[in-house]
Structure formats: structure tokens, C-alpha cells
Design a protein around this ligand. Structure first.
Ligand code: AVI
Length: 783
């Protein structure tokens, strides 16, 4: 064979002449930076126990691939045979469910030997077939293409792509946009991802490449008896053990390490609750391994484990959940005769996504509408927080943001069509957000008018915007499907708009809290549900030891529906052990600080905080109303003012978390000889787990949040609730309410520049996090 190169932009096309036909392979690997084996080994092993874990993708060097081939033939390893049986039996049905204009794409095609059944069935049903195998091994692609063209010389077209899956699919989305797609991901490879990672991965692939009617054929191994699974991953001939240990042998050859393979025991444990086979190597003794090539020495304690691979198993309902989480629906699942393995045909359904986005928008609009209902008509021009604009501005700002972000690029990009109200789009476009680069100044914004439009005009603008948004969203979702359009893909822009609206519901509420009672209009529905009394059984100042461990700060964009810039990228931080209070600081505890001259003792306050205190003559938390006629300050002379302007007896609110600013909380800590947690410590206490080096989705675990059970969020109570009210919401270390719901007075030392907030906002951050409604979907994301 002869290869000529032709450079085209960021990919290279190899044109290779083979004896049968012109051989074209699309190579997108050039310039792709994948983590190398040495980098990965260093990252995986040069860490303290119990964190050692080698990524399983490095199992497949030449020897590893040969061993894996052997595994697929083992009597215990039923997966490959079962999948082949399904493909033999059902490829015809699968091909018949696809349209004639479908290209068959395979992720990690390898030798393509099982795929032959699908290709044959396509040719049988549709006369011809265009097959696009994707792999990072160009030699495997070359070999399989040759084989396939020998088998089907007439009716098969093969276009191999040597690339990472994401890059290859983005290429296909652009170059094969007129075709339908059937994407094959066989062999239970999805099982090597943890469940949440699998959903993220599928969502990402779907967003890149799939449009309505496209399909995904996913090979998934099913949950079954522990004995069968453990035998499949720890066979009698010890081939799987050799396969897993080969990663150490590979380090010996490639990195000049001196691993003694016999000093490690291989384990394949099926964790029934998690539905996961975990493959690991256990050091039989305490030992030191030299990795000369990396210039490091790794210490292993006796009994220390190195995690190598997961193989997650699914029930049929879990397959459905996985599809749903990934924005797909299960069209049909095929099984082998013993129902050990499954092949699920999943389809992209933009209707589901459209409905989800619309519901999301309608829900956030309801939140905002609820809020504006709370304002007396005479309050629209009030500015209880000097830095913020009048309430009326936000009534216009929320729809203007939605209109500019969602409809702007879509409807008005071409200049031929104009917005129905570009004046409102402009004057309401930008509030007073601080500049992210320079947080002490605001972003530039359009001049505000001398007089604002009337409420009627703004409400009219709002309802027209909502109609237009709802009518153009389906088009946006249907028409965009590649990564270049990150925000419009899947209509994620609607999620951004919803998030923006919730964020403002918080700022509006803190403004509202500062508003005189006569400007508030409160319904008895909201007012009625104050919760008083004592809810905890343990002492209010109990503290908990959080052992050292790691936390993930931030997130990856493709793991969230939407996230703000300062949340990315995610990174892992090691947090040393610390003690944290079990409960938030209550009014009763804070009163001790006030009585011990907390507000007049300069040494408790940071200099800038002290200046702020003096400038505003602050002598108590803002919501405490002290009886001017009282001669001494005690429980009977204080009332707590709620967000509705009700005055609650201090005695009733003793166990409510106190509402204070960050400055006040810092001073309290200094007085009590403690300090505020850092963001990393907060995350560790909230999401960390004692035994396992992974994190929970929520403090209480991975179960979706339930208002009134896990915490005071949603609209369960508009006022604080006594600490300890939600024992089910405790973190796995036992810390109470760490979800920053309305009732938790939880403060952390925040890197305010990273959050792009000015210091003024910081003074309010506790109020934001303690007082205001938090939707379950933003829990833990906004501090
Ligand atoms: C590649 N993958 C789907 C295999 C599995 O079943 O999880 C890898 C494997 N590891 C040990 N045996 C097989």
C-alpha cells in the first residue's frame, strides 16, 4: 500500500491505494492531546492510599488487546457470545427499523467482526450500506476495511475515521448532515463508565451528532447473580487476571518500573447494590516500586488497593433511566435467549427535549411572577439596596435577557428581521453586574432612561417575549446539533435563561427583605407556615470531624445543563482533616456574641469589615428589631423581622439560623475562636464520603432532593426553620443542612474574584444563601 498525504485544515486525509478500491481514511488524531501512559501512571499512582487508580483505557496495548480477545472466548465470559447471538438474530429487525438513507457508524470498531451481521442486514434491507468505523487505531481500521470490502465488494462503502469519538462525530455531523445515523456502541463498553459518566458521555455524543430520528444501538450487560459475574471477571484460567496485571507489566517495559506482579492479588468484586464489578490489584505486602522512567518511587501498604476497572451492569429500568438522562428514548431492547445481555435501540427525540425546556422556562417564569406579586404597586420604583436598580427594571430585564439570548441570534441575526421592541431589548439588557476581570467596577451598560416605561408596557413586552421564545425554541432545538453551537445545541440557552431568572429571584428577594413593610403585599398562603421550636436532639454546638480527602471544585460544561464561566473547569483538591459545627449558627448563639460586645470590639473584625460597620452604624443583625424602650438587651427585647415584615418573638426563633452578612459571621468566628470554612471544606463536608473516594450528588447521597424531607428548599417554607429540622438532609458525615437553602446560615470564605462579585455583594451572600428559595437543580452550584 502507498500513502499520500493531503493536508486539509485541521485534519489529514490519507489516500491509500489498495488492491480493491481507493482507500480513504479520515484521520483527525493529529494535534489531539490524549493523556499518555506515563502521564497517567504518574497521576494515578503518585498519590497517597486509598486513591491509587489506573485508568482502564491503558489496558489495551498489543498484549492487552490479545488477552482481551482471549477473554471474549472464555466459557465464563458470556458477554461477547450473547451479543453476537443478539446481532445474528435481530440485525434484520434493527436494519428494518432504520431508513434507507442511514449511515452506520461504529464507535471503537476494532476488528468490526460482530458488526458484519448489521452490515449484511442493511444490505439485505436497503440494498447498500455506508459504514463509518471510528477507532484510534489506524491499523485496526485499515485491516477491518480490507476484510469488509473483501466480504461485500459491491454494496458496501466504508469510510474509516481515525479519531476520538467526539471529534469523529462532529466531523460526521458536518459532512453527513443529510443522512440519518445509526451509531453502534457495542461490547458493553458503556459499562466501563460509572453510571453518571455514562449519561454524560451519551448526552455529549447525542448533542454532537444526532438529530431527530437518528438512532443509537447500545450493547449493555445486564445485572445478574454475583457468582456468574465474578466468574466472568475472574476466570479459572486466570486470563482476566493476566489482562489486568498486564498494566503493571506494561509499566515495567515502557517505564522501566520494577513491579513484581506476583506481589499483587487480583480481585473482581461484584458490588450488588451498585450493580458494578470492581477490578483491582491488592498489594500483598508493604513494598516500594521504582518507576525509573518517571523518576518516582511508589509506596504500597500491605493490603492497599489499586483500582483498575469498573464494569457496570444494568437492569432494563436502569437502561431506560440512562437513556432518559441522556435525552434519548428506548425504542426497542433485544435480548439473547438466556437474557444475559441486551442491545438497546435508542432514538433521539427532540420533542422530549423541547417539552423539557419549555417546562423549565415556564417553571422559572412562575417563580418570577410569584415574586412580583409580592410587591405593592407603589414599590416598583423603590431601590432598597442602593447599588441595585428599581424593582421595575428587573420586571423588564428578565424578559429582555431571554429575548436577547434566545431569539437574538436566531431571529435577528440576518439584519432582515428586526425585534418587535429593540428599545426595551436595549434599556433592559444589562443590570449592574460587576466586571468579572475587575470586580470592583460594573460592566458598562446602556444609559438608563430619564423616566422608565410604565408597568403596563413592560408587562406587555414580557408576554410578547414569552410567546416569541416559546415559538422559536423548537426550531432552535431541532436545527442545531453540533458542538460549535454549545448554547443553542439542545436549547441549552433556555437553561441559561432559567438559571438567570432564578439568580435574580435571589437578588430580588434580598432587595425585598430590605423594603419597608408597607410596600409588601403578602398572601396568607405564604405567611402561614412558620416553623418554631427545637428540632435537634444533639447539642447545638456539637462539632464533627471531617477526615482528610479530596473534593471536586467546579464542573465540566458537558456535565451540566448550563453553568457560568467561573464554574469551569473542574479540578480536584485535597482537603486536610478539619472539624465543623454540626449545625448552623443559631440566633441564640449569635445573641451571646452580641451580648459580649461583639459589635463594639474592634479586634473581632477585619479592618475593612470594621469600617463598613462604622460607616453604616451597624450594631446587630439586620433582621433583629430591638425594642427602643428596653433598658437591657435580652431575649424579650428582640424581635426577628421576617422577609414578609412579620415580627417574630426572639424566643420563638432561638433555633433559627441567624441571618448575618459575611463580615458579621467572620467576627462571630473570631470571637468564638473558630473560623469560616473554605469553599473546599464546605464541599468536602457537604458532598464527601467517609469511606469512598468519590462524592455524592447531594449532601444526603444521590437521591434527588425532596423539599421538606432533605431541606428547606423549593417553596416548603418561606421562613427559616430551626436547625436540625431535616435530619434526612444531613451529609454523610452527619452535618446538618448544607444545601444553602433558605434556612441555612452557612457561610464560607469565598474567593470573590473567582465568583466575579464585588465586596458589596459579599456582604449579602449569606443573606442570599440563607434566606432565599433554592431550586433543587441549583443546589450546590451557586454559593
Ligand atoms: C471492554 N469491556 C466491556 C470489558 C468488560 O466486560 O467490562 C473489559 C473486561 N475487563 C475484564 N474483562 C473484560
Amino acid at each position: 500500500m502507498r500513502g499520500d498525504f493531503e493536508s486539509l485544515g485541521n485534519w489529514i486525509i490519507f489516500t491509500i491505494s489498495s488492491h480493491t478500491t481507493t482507500f480513504i481514511m479520515i484521520d483527525l488524531m493529529k494535534g489531539t492531546k490524549l493523556e499518555t501512559f506515563p502521564e497517567s501512571i504518574k497521576r494515578a499512582l503518585d498519590v497517597p492510599a486509598p486513591n491509587k487508580a489506573i485508568p482502564c483505557c491503558f489496558l489495551y496495548d498489543a498484549r492487552g488487546s490479545a488477552l482481551f480477545e482471549e477473554i471474549t472466548e472464555l466459557s465464563e465470559y458470556y458477554l461477547t457470545r450473547a451479543e453476537r447471538e443478539i446481532l445474528t438474530e435481530h440485525s434484520n429487525a434493527i436494519a428494518a427499523l432504520c431508513t434507507k438513507d442511514t449511515v452506520v457508524i461504529e464507535l471503537g470498531s476494532g476488528s468490526s467482526n460482530k458488526t458484519v451481521h448489521v452490515l449484511e442486514a442493511f444490505i439485505r434491507n436497503h440494498e447498500s450500506c455506508h459504514y463509518i468505523p471510528i477507532d484510534i487505531s489506524s491499523s485496526a481500521l485499515e485491516l477491518s476495511k480490507k476484510d469488509l470490502l473483501d466480504k461485500f465488494p459491491k454494496n458496501l462503502q466504508v469510510t474509516p475515521i481515525c479519531a476520538r469519538y467526539q471529534d469523529a462525530l462532529a466531523y460526521i455531523a458536518n459532512h453527513f448532515s443529510e443522512y440519518h445515523k445509526l451509531i453502534l456502541f457495542l461490547g458493553s463498553s458503556i459499562g466501563n463508565f460509572l453510571r453518571s459518566e455514562a449519561a454524560t458521555f451519551l448526552t455529549q455524543l447525542r448533542r454532537i451528532a444526532m438529530k431527530d430520528g437518528d438512532k443509537f444501538l447500545l450493547g449493555i450487560d445486564l445485572r445478574k447473580d454475583k457468582d456468574i459475574l465474578e466468574a466472568a471477571y475472574d476466570d479459572g484460567r486466570k486470563i482476566t487476571e493476566a489482562f489486568i496485571k498486564n498494566i503493571l507489566a506494561r509499566a515495567n517495559t515502557e517505564l522501566h518500573a520494577d513491579f513484581d506482579l506476583s506481589s499483587f492479588d487480583y480481585h473482581a468484586d461484584y458490588l450488588v447494590d451498585e450493580g458494578r464489578v470492581q477490578m483491582s490489584l491488592e498489594s500483598k505486602k508493604s513494598q516500594i516500586v521504582n518507576i525509573k522512567g518517571l523518576n518516582i518511587r511508589i509506596c504500597f501498604a500491605e493490603g492497599e488497593n489499586v483500582h483498575v476497572e469498573n464494569s457496570v451492569k444494568y437492569s432494563t429500568s436502569e437502561i431506560e433511566q440512562l437513556a432518559k438522562k441522556s435525552g434519548l428514548v428506548v425504542e426497542k431492547t433485544f435480548f439473547d435467549k438466556d437474557i444475559k445481555f441486551s442491545l438497546s435501540l435508542l432514538t433521539q427525540s427532540s420533542n422530549d427535549i423541547i417539552n423539557k425546556r419549555i417546562a423549565e422556562l415556564e417553571r422559572c417564569w412562575k417563580y418570577s411572577d410569584d415574586f412580583f406579586e409580592l410587591l405593592h404597586p407603589s414599590a416598583w420604583l423603590k431601590r432598597p439596596i442602593a447599588l441595585r436598580l428599581p424593582f421595575l427594571f428587573y420586571l423588564g430585564h428578565l424578559p429582555a435577557f431571554a429575548h436577547n439570548q434566545i431569539c437574538g441570534p436566531h431571529l435577528y441575526a440576518s439584519e432582515t428581521r428586526k425585534s418587535f421592541n429593540s428599545v426595551f431589548d436595549d434599556i433592559f439588557s444589562r443590570g449592574i453586574d460587576p466586571d468579572v476581570e475587575e470586580p470592583t467596577i460594573c460592566h458598562s451598560h446602556p444609559d438608563y432612561p430619564d423616566s422608565w416605561p410604565s408597568i403596563g408596557q413592560i408587562l406587555d413586552y414580557r408576554s410578547r417575549v414569552r410567546d416569541i421564545v416559546l415559538s422559536c425554541l423548537p426550531d432552535i432545538i431541532r436545527s442545531s446539533s453540533n458542538l460549535d453551537k454549545e448554547l443553542s445545541g439542545d436549547g441549552r440557552v433556555a437553561s441559561m435563561v432559567a438559571e438567570h431568572e432564578y439568580m435574580h429571584s435571589e437578588t430580588l428577594l434580598y432587595m425585598y427583605h430590605g423594603l419597608e413593610a408597607k410596600f409588601k403585599r403578602i398572601s396568607s398562603r405564604l405567611r402561614k407556615n412558620y416553623i418554631f421550636g427545637k428540632s435537634r436532639v444533639e447539642p447545638v454546638d456539637k462539632s464533627i470531624l471531617i477526615p482528610d480527602g479530596q473534593v471536586t471544585v467546579g464542573a465540566e460544561i458537558d456535565r451540566l445543563e448550563f453553568g457560568w464561566d467561573n464554574e469551569f473547569p473542574s479540578h480536584v483538591v485535597h482537603v486536610p482533616a478539619f472539624r465543623i459545627d454540626k449545625f448552623a449558627v443559631t440566633n441564640a448563639r449569635f445573641l451571646e456574641f452580641v451580648l459580649e460586645k461583639g459589635y463594639s470590639t474592634r479586634s473581632f473584625w477585619d479592618p475593612a469589615d470594621w469600617e463598613w460597620l462604622q460607616e453604616h452604624s451597624i450594631v446587630k443583625p439586620l433582621s433583629w428589631q430591638i425594642d427602643p424602650a428596653a433598658s437591657t438587651l435580652d431575649v424579650s427585647s428582640i424581635k426577628i423581622e421576617t422577609v414578609f415584615g412579620d415580627l417574630i418573638d426572639f424566643d420563638d426563633a432561638l433555633e433559627w439560623p441567624v441571618w448575618v452578612s459575611l463580615a458579621e459571621a467572620r467576627a462571630f468566628c473570631k470571637w468564638s475562636g473558630k473560623r469560616l470554612p473554605t469553599e473546599e471544606e464546605y464541599l468536602r463536608a457537604a458532598y464527601g464520603r467517609a469511606q469512598v473516594d468519590s462524592e455524592n450528588d447531594f449532601p444526603w447521597g444521590n437521591e434527588q432532593p425532596k423539599p421538606s424531607l432533605h431541606g428547606n428548599f423549593g417553596l416548603s417554607s418561606w421562613s427559616p426553620t430551626p436547625v436540625g429540622t431535616y435530619p434526612k438532609g444531613e451529609s454523610s458525615f452527619g452535618v446538618d443542612e448544607l444545601v444553602l437553602s433558605r434556612s441555612s446560615s452557612f457561610l464560607i470564605e469565598i474567593d470573590w474574584q473567582r465568583l466575579g462579585m464585588d465586596k458589596f455583594h459579599l456582604r449579602w451572600i449569606l443573606r442570599i444563601s440563607s434566606l432565599y428559595r433554592k431550586l433543587s437543580r441549583v443546589l450546590g452550584r451557586f454559593l
